[in-house]
Every structure is written in C-alpha cells, then in structure tokens.
Design a binder for this molecule. Structure first.
Ligand SMILES: Nc1ncnc2c1ncn2[C@@H]1O[C@H](COP(=O)(O)OP(=O)(O)OP(=O)(O)O)[C@@H](O)[C@H]1O
Length: 878
C-alpha cells in the first residue's frame, strides 16, 4: 500500500478511495466529508461501511455498523480526526519522516476531535438533526472514545444523542413557551417544561437496579408512535384500524396481546414499532432462520439495531452479539431467536440477565400457530416457550399469527400461559385477492399452456394494452409483451419445477426454477433475480416464499393443492401485499388428490408409529386430527362449488364468513364452477398404470376409500415426489429427500433390469429430433436428464426472443436468429452440470434478450461456434 498514512485529510481523493489506499482510521475520518458523499451513496458506500464495521468490531467489539453515524449526520467542516497511533493493530509500519502535515500526529496517545468554524445558523440547523454534531460552542469530549478508549463509540454517540435531544426538547419547550406566553400563565409553561425534561428517551436504559421507566403518558406515546411510524418505518398511516389498535394496546404494556391479522396485513409492525418507541430489548421467537434474516435485513435498512442468536452464526458473530447484550446499555433493540434456542440453558441465563437488568421490553412469539398442534406447522419446541414466563415475569408477551382458528388461538394462549390477553382478530378476508380452482382434466388446452397464458395475462398490465399496440407498430417490441409484477408457481417436486420452466419457455414466459436440488448460491441468485424483477416468474417447491415480502406478486399458482388449507392460505398470501388486485389459483386433478392423500397418510402413519414406540408427546392424536382436518378442508376447497373466501373463513372460524360476491370463481361465475366440479366428480380415478377407472366413491372427497390410506398408487409415487412439508425445516427435509429420491432412481434401475415394473424408465434409444428445429450436437448426453426435446424447446424460445430483438430476424453480422439461438443454447448446455442449471441458464438468456428488446437495444451474439463439438449451423445444413 502506498504511503497514505500521514496524508492530510484534504489530500485524499476519490482515486484513493477506489484504489483502497486509505488506512481505516483515515477512512473513518473521511467518511463524513460531503465531497465523498456521491461515492458513499453509490457502490462504495457498502465497501466503506464494511470497513467501518470491521474496524469497530476489532476495536470496540461492535458487531454492526447500524449505530454508526451516517454521512447525513455531518457537514463538510465537521471533521473528526482519529488518531489511532495507540492502536497497535492498526499501527502503520514505521515510515520516513514526511513533510506532509499530519494533524493528528501531535498527540499519539489521545484520539481527538478537530473542529472547524461553523455559523450560529448552521449550529441551530444541525441541532435539529437526528444525530448530534460536534459544534464549536460545545465543549468537545476529552477524547472521542473517552480516556484510554474506555468509552465505546456507541456509548459516545448515545451520550451525544441524548445531549442533543435534551437540548432540542428544551429548545422546543422554550419556543412553545414563548409562543404561548401571551395566552397561558407562566406557571403552566414551567410545568410543561418540567414534564418534558422528565422524558425517557428511546433506548436509554437507567441504572441497573432502578426500575426502568417506560413511557406511560398517552400523549407522549401518541407523539412517539407517530414519529417512529413516519421517520423510522416510513409509513404515512397505519395499514388498518386493527393494526392501529393493536399497536396502541401493545405500546401501553398493560397486558399480553394476541394478534391475528391476514397475511401481508403488517403484523410485524405491531411489535417492531413499540420495540423502537420503548427502547430496551424486545426478544422475538421466529420459526425460521430465513424469516429472521428477512426481518433483520428490513429493520437494519431502517437503522433499527437488531441481532439474532441462532445456529447459523459463527463463534465470532455470536460473541459480538453477546458482548453487546452484556453491556449496560446494549445497542440491540430487537433480538431474534429460535424456539429451539430459547429452550437452551444459555439462552435462559441470558434472558434472566436481561430481565434482571431491566432491559426486556417485550417477548414476542411470531408465527404463533407453531405453538399448537391445531396449527398447520406445529413445532414441539414452541411448547417449551411458556416456561420462560417465570424467567421474565412482568414482561408483556405478544403472539402473532395469520393462520389460527378458534381452537388454535385458545391453545396458543394456553401454551404460552398468556394472562389478561387482549386479542385482535381481523379474520382472513383479503379483498384484493381473487381465488379460483381449475380442474386440469377439463381445460381446453394443455394445463401447462393454460397456466402460462393465465400468468401472462395477470402480468400484463391491462391499462397499457393500447399503448403497447401503439408501441408495437414499427417498434422492435413486436413480439414482446410488457410484464409488470411477478409470479410464483408452486410445484411439488424438483422435476416438476424444471419441466415447468421448459414448458413456460416454449410459450414465451421466462421463468427460473428454485428448489433444494440447487446449490445455495444458485438459489440465492434465483431469488435475487426474481426480487429485482430481472426474471418475472419463479417455479419453486414450497421451500421458496417463506419470509419473502415482495409487494407486487400478482399471481401465485399452485400446480397442485397444498397439504392443508392453512398452508395454502399462507403460501397464497405472498400475493398482492401491496394491496393491488392479485390472483391465487390452484390446478387440481384426481391424481393430485391421490398424491396428497399418500403424503398425509404417510405423516399420520409416522405419528401412529411414534405413539406405539412410546416416544409420544401426548399430542399425537390431536395432531392426527388436525392433519386430517386440514387436508379434508383443502380437498373441500378444491372440489366443492362454493365461495373460496368463505371456505377459508370457515376453516379459520371467522365470525364474518359472507360470500365475497366478486373475488372468486364461484361468486363471479357459479354455473361454470358447478359444472366443472360436477364433471370432475364424475371422472374416473387413475390406476397404477395411469389409466382411468370408474370412481367408486359416493361423490364427496371424504368418502374416497383411499383417503389417508396411501394405497399402491401412492407407494409407486414415492420416489417421484419430494415429500411436501410445511415444517420450518423444509429445506433440510427436502435435502434429505434427495437421498430418498436417489434410492428411488436406483430401485427403478434394478426394476428396469428385471423388466418387472411399470415405472417410467429412461430410454437408451436415440431421441428423434423434431422437424424444423436444429440443436447443436443433438446426440450429446453431456447433461444428465436434459432431453433433446427440452433442448429444442429452449432453442425455439431463444429464436423467438432473438427474432423480436432483431427487426429483420437477422443480426448486424448477418447471422440468422435460429443459428444464434443454437449457439446460445449450446453455451448454456455445455456449461451446465445438471438440468436445473441448464434450464436457468437458458431461460435467463431469454430474459436478457427480452429485456434488451424492451429497452430498444440490440442483442449482440458473442463467441464462435464450438467447431470441435460438431457444431453445424442451420444455414450450413440447408
Ligand atoms: N402502516 C403501514 N403502511 C404501509 N405498509 C405497511 C404498513 N405496515 C406494514 N406495511 C407493509 O406491509 C407488508 C406486509 O407486512 P408484514 O410482513 O408485517 O406482514 P405480515 O402480516 O407479517 O404477513 P405474513 O403473515 O404473510 O408474513 C410489508 O411490506 C410492510 O412494510
């Protein structure tokens, strides 16, 4: 690294920033300067921030940068210079004497603040800012971090913040007093001033053994509530009356609170806002690490300091979190933990210590339906949460869920030992969601194509159709439909996901697949592409979607029903979180029902096994009942002509279960919905060989003799399907299922040799190429399970996309679209190890071309044909 250690701050330029040539202490000093603001706000911001974090971690045991001052908190001349020469770790190697003046080099032991002049007006203006600044009128601290670095950066800022806020309160009070002095008697003003001085600031923790003072004045709570809503959460108002009421009740801290609001209704705010208002620490139990990460990310973006303690942390991360929690005034406001973690002795000790130090503000149980076997995602570890009551007595408990009926609600309250509960129950109705069910066997097109058309329609903004037509005239977007919003398609198995992506590509819908078979980084990549609207559709197993809060999901399709109605409601609830019209559709068939039946009976079988082995928790029988009930209600939902909203409302015991009149297929077109259901009921059921035989049940789903029985068909399906699960460990389980799937493949291979099975076996016969589509090196078997047909599909999708991009169907270099498509497809094929990666690569290429078409840019095909691989272009063949 060049010698930059001794440069004066003014000598650093953006060049040094980009070149990474600035020592960390200088960087800390430079960050506040406005001349670097543009850089800070762009890509380098993150880099700098990480450096900050790293730097402070090392020196002061801080674990995140969220409480560090941001560039907004300073002015150009508020230069803070840190002399770190006492810090061995960051000490530069000995250098030759330089002529450049180092403003900080005079006092090697004591870090100090250098301050340049500011006008009175600037000082006043900055006093009103959120974080304090160092002004010339103000006595600077002896050292930035206190003598001998005893005082931490966080403590310093906490003090500064407090000082500045107190000054602000006094100023405000003075202003108010002056304004009203002509009307009010002076003693009133004095009284008000005294009141305002007593204010307990958010985040301020009083001495250990003194009881912590929470805000109790209604007016004060109201004021803080509104300012936190606007300034921290950036919401103009509460989303609903119920959210407003729940927040108010929780803010008062007078009782435990049970909140049941529909999916996407803003339950998180109900506890996050009070947590910020009252300060201290709010402990949140969440069932999924993915969910926690999502919440933490969201909160950190809002500058709320939050942490997690879970099994995914490294030792260093864990000790950083703990060291903050062990401080007298921790920075952490919300601490996310798992129920499993809460049951450990170390967590119990930590909670006891926080409670003893008067730090605990709330104890929150998110997704509280996990506490009860009546819920759809029962987690035995949640049962132990109630015992923590004794550890943190007097702390208000908050339980939140979207999916609990009366039985579940009662059980949650019982299990969590909630006393004096105030319940906020909003029912499940979401008027922006349109629910419908399509019977796969009664569609006028192949079901996959039917679905693709549906998705395209949902993602094509109605209003701009005319504009699009206009645009299309003479424009290159001729064949490209403008899409807006995103879609999720839930499939049961990895194979189903991959096949669906290919099928969608043939009809011009670009999708990526997401499932446990993908490596973790590939899954993250898919999720990011979908979140950033690069690819509109994701085809996934139910592992996707948990904790995802994308506002503009316009459509959620279930390629087969969920295992129970509560899970379906939760999964479909990913749609329309921005409140706009969105669609939730299930494609259902007799064979889907049998497969589901097989899985449910498998789960029931396991529970019965457990009961026999005396490993039982005593709740198994009820769990079995809940499983059966959830499944029956799911089947009823699909197979009974009724208002879909009513079916959901009844399942959750909503008091208001009126038909929606316009938000489901039955209410908008009862005749055809009934006809479709009748046709479905009269249909025969598929046999082991795939043929249909007369359905002998008496009509209703529950009379199906196969229900919960599994049956031979189910057994045969075992290796074809991933085990669906609504449990929070779904990812792990899906991973484990891969082993089972492989065993299935082996079994099929043996069976193939014995020639004694009906299971579909991969054929060794060479595949026949389709007429009109040429695929490079078509006999290649480089990527297992990628059939010639799949490759042809991709070539054809790429050709279509390129034809739309190149107005005359020919690139500037004279290459025709089909040749270029072959080349691109080959690149994807030869660079992939498995079918999913191949699918995603090829589909992403289609998306990339389409995006460029929309932007009126020409897609350039790079690279040359893989001659040694036998590449022969279509034009050469003709
Ligand atoms: N007062 C509000 N004004 C506007 N948007 C809000 C408000 N409160 C919450 N939201 C937004 O609503 C969305 C859903 O919130 P949240 O994730 O808390 O829902 P939820 O009830 O927990 O849903 P689910 O049970 O499906 O996870 C978020 O994007 C959140 O920012």
């Amino acid at each position: 690294m060049p010698n930059t250690q001794n440069r004066h701050l003014s000598q650093f330029t953006h060049y040094h920033l980009y070149q990474d040539e600035i020592p960390l202490p200088r960087l800390v000093a430079l960050a506040p300067l406005k001349r670097f603001k543009d850089v800070l706000e762009r890509d380098l911001a993150e880099k700098l921030r990480r450096k900050f974090v790293h730097f402070f971690q090392g020196r002061f045991g801080m674990h995140n940068g969220s409480s560090l001052p941001t560039v907004e908190d300073y002015d150009e001349d508020d230069v803070i210079i840190i002399d770190d020469s006492s810090d061995e770790e960051h000490k530069p190697p000995p250098k030759k004497k330089t002529k450049v003046q180092n403003v900080s080099s005079k006092s090697p032991k004591t870090p100090k603040i250098a301050k340049v002049k500011r006008t009175e007006a600037e000082v006043q203006e900055n006093n009103n800012k959120k974080l304090p600044i160092v002004t010339k009128n103000e006595e600077p601290p002896k050292s930035l971090f206190g003598t001998n670095l005893k005082e931490s950066w966080a403590e310093f800022w906490e003090k500064k913040k407090q000082h500045s806020q107190e000054a602000e309160v006094t100023n405000t009070a003075k202003r108010k007093a002056t304004a009203s002095s002509s009307k009010k008697p002076a003693e009133n003003v004095g009284k008000k001033l005294n009141e305002e001085k007593k204010e307990v600031l958010p985040g301020k923790i009083v001495e250990n053994n003194e009881p912590r003072k929470f805000i109790t004045s209604t007016a004060e709570l109201k004021e803080k509530r509104d300012s936190v809503l606007a300034e921290v959460f950036k919401h103009k108002k509460f989303k609903s009356r119920l959210q407003f009421n729940a927040v108010n009740c929780i803010l008062k801290r007078k009782c435990d609170v049970y909140v049941s609001l529909p999916t996407g209704a803003g339950k998180s705010l109900c506890y996050q806002l009070p947590a910020v208002v009252h300060g201290g620490i709010t402990v949140v139990v969440s069932p999924l690490i993915a969910l926690m990460k999502d919440q933490i990310l969201g909160l950190r973006k809002k500058n709320v300091t939050c942490e997690t303690l879970n099994s995914s942390l490294t030792n260093e991360e864990r000790s950083a979190v703990l060291s903050d929690l062990n401080k007298k005034n921790p920075n952490t406001r919300l601490l996310y933990i798992t129920a499993e973690g809460a049951a450990t002795d170390s967590m119990k000790k930590l909670l006891a210590s926080l409670h003893k130090r008067n730090l605990l503000s709330y104890f929150v149980v998110d997704e509280a339906h996990c506490v009860t076997h009546w819920g759809h995602d029962f987690r035995p570890d949640y049962l132990t949460l109630g015992s923590l009551r004794d550890i943190c007595s007097g702390v208000p408990w908050i339980a939140l869920t979207a999916t609990a009926n009366t039985k579940a609600k009662d059980d949650i309250i019982l299990q969590l030992k909630m006393a004096h509960v105030e319940a906020f129950n909003a029912g499940t109705y979401r008027d922006n969601l349109f629910y419908d069910v399509c019977m796969k066997d009664y569609l006028n097109a192949a079901p996959e194509k039917h679905m693709a058309a549906f998705i395209t329609k949902c993602l094509t903004p109605q209003k701009t159709a005319k504009e699009l037509c206009k645009e299309e005239k003479g424009a290159r977007q001729a064949n490209v439909k403008k899409m807006s919003g995103s879609a999720i398609i839930y499939c049961r198995s990895r194979n189903e996901c991959d096949n669906m992506v290919t099928t969608l590509a043939t009809v011009g819908v670009t999708a990526l697949s997401y499932h446990a078979g993908l490596p973790k980084n590939a899954r993250t990549e898919v999720q990011e592409k979908w979140m950033s609207d690069e690819v509109p559709v994701v085809v996934a197993t139910i592992a996707f979607g948990m904790g995802i809060d994308k506002p503009d999901v316009r459509v959620v399709v279930h390629w087969s029903p969920s295992q129970n109605l509560a899970a379906y409601y939760q999964e479909a609830g990913r749609a329309g979180r921005d409140g706009k019209r969105s669609f939730c559709r299930i494609y259902h068939s007799k064979s889907d029902r049998q497969t589901l039946n097989f899985h449910v009976s498998g789960d029931i079988g396991k529970l019965k096994e457990r009961m026999k082995k005396k490993k039982a928790t005593g709740k198994e029988e009820e769990q079995i009942k809940a499983l059966q009930n959830g499944f029956e209600k799911m089947i009823d939902y699909c197979e009974t002509p009724q208002c879909r909203h009513v079916a959901i409302a009844k399942f959750f015991d909503d008091s208001d279960a009126r038909p929606c009149s316009k938000n489901c297929d039955f209410c908008t077109d009862p005749k055809s919905t009934k006809r479709m259901t009748e046709n479905y009921q009269s249909l025969s059921v598929p046999t082991k060989t795939g043929r249909y035989t007369a359905f002998t049940g008496k009509g209703g789903a529950r009379e199906d003799g196969d229900l919960y029985g599994g049956g031979k068909h189910g057994s045969k399906d075992e290796d074809m399907y991933e085990k669906p699960s609504t449990s929070s460990e779904v990812m792990d389980r899906l991973e484990a299922d891969e082993g089972r799937r492989m065993r299935g493949v082996l079994q099929r291979e043996f069976a193939k040799r014995r020639r004694s099975t009906n299971a579909p076996v991969p054929s060794d016969e060479p595949e026949t190429p389709s007429i009109g589509i040429t695929v490079t090196n078509s006999s290649s078997k480089l990527v297992p399970n990628v059939t010639l047909q799949r490759r042809e599909t991709m070539v054809s999708a790429l050709t279509k996309a390129l034809e739309a991009n190149w107005p005359c169907g020919v690139a500037t270099c004279g290459m025709v679209a089909s040749d270029a498509a072959q080349r691109l497809e080959w690149n994807a094929y030869s660079g992939s190890k498995n079918v999913t990666v191949y699918n995603n690569k090829a589909s992403h290429k289609v998306a990339e071309i389409k995006k460029m078409t929309m932007q009126n840019k020409t897609y350039e095909v790079e690279g040359s044909a893989p001659a040694s691989d036998g590449f022969v272009s279509a034009s050469q063949l003709v």
